[in-house]
Design a protein around this ligand. Structure first.
Ligand SMILES: [Zn+2]
Length: 273
């Protein structure tokens, strides 16, 4: 599908462009996903619904490298727009999906679009990357999914964090592969870095993100204690769900099991970090 997407470019400063892509809902964006453009490099590539708009962006800007943080379609769906000029890099698990995208439920086809395979993508094998004068460390942010990487520039204290910090302040559902205790640990590691700017995958750049991150750590940590107590009392996941009384958003059935409150509870009970 083409021509369905939205793209907005918001300069963060003189050298970083935020590239926001989404599908429209009326005259609004359904959900924005952020890719970041620094010099000749992109961190993530936006969603496939905006592939036409991204192709246009690629004709105006020399993008030579795209680093993909993880294998969710909103982050890698735009990669094909930057071929053949750009080299596409990702971790080994992410790479498998780039080579062979997984089929999407209709709902996500609508929200993000199905990515084209990126057969040219290759494995990122270095632990640092150089973008002109900036040296980025590649950080392991697995937790949100089996493999996710982030990019940390220690001089500027910039962190390109993809989906390491949840979008809602109170995360109330999860995907089956999400490891919530691990996400909590990752967020604590991020706090220790003391980033000046968190370049979030959906929120956009967040200056002085300490409080933003702390709110999310606190909510999930307290929820973990509550869920584990209920589990220790012998309550089932369904009973715990009823007890928590989290509202189910209207679109939850449309995700065809990709998101559920049960996954969040299960991961907190399992408590594997
Ligand atoms: Zn994601």
């Amino acid at each position: 599908m083409g021509g369905l997407g939205m793209l907005e470019v918001v300069p963060f400063d003189d050298i970083i462009n935020c590239i926001k892509t989404a599908a429209p809902l009326g005259d609004q964006a359904m959900v924005w996903v952020y890719a970041y453009h620094l010099e000749d490099t992109l961190f993530d590539a936006g969603c496939a619904n905006a592939i036409g708009e991204l192709r246009e962006y690629a004709t105006k800007h020399p993008i030579h490298r795209v680093f993909v943080t993880h294998n969710h379609e909103d982050h890698y769906g735009g990669c094909a727009a930057f071929l053949p000029k750009a080299k596409i890099f990702a971790g080994p698990i992410t790479l498998e999906t780039l080579h062979k995208p997984y089929p999407l439920p209709e709902f996500f086809e609508w929200v993000w679009g199905t990515p084209e395979p990126v057969l040219e993508a290759r494995e990122l094998t270095t632990s640092t990357i150089q973008v002109k004068d900036f040296t980025f460390e590649v950080l392991d942010f697995s937790g949100h999914c089996a493999e996710m990487i982030g990019f940390w520039e220690p001089e500027e204290k910039w962190l390109f964090s993809a989906d390491a910090v949840p979008l809602p302040s109170e995360k109330k559902m999860a995907m089956p592969e999400e490891n919530i205790p691990k996400m909590i640990s990752r967020m604590k590691e991020i706090q220790d870095l003391k980033p000046t700017i968190l370049f979030d995958g959906h929120w956009g750049p967040i200056p002085n993100p300490r409080e933003h991150i702390e709110t999310r750590i606190k909510f999930l940590s307290e929820l973990k204690i509550q869920v584990k107590e209920l589990s220790n009392e012998g309550k089932t996941i369904q009973e715990i769900k009823t007890k928590l009384g989290f509202p189910e958003p209207w679109y939850l059935p449309n995700t065809e099991g990709r998101f559920a409150i049960e996954y969040l509870i299960r991961s907190l009970i399992k408590d594997e970090d």
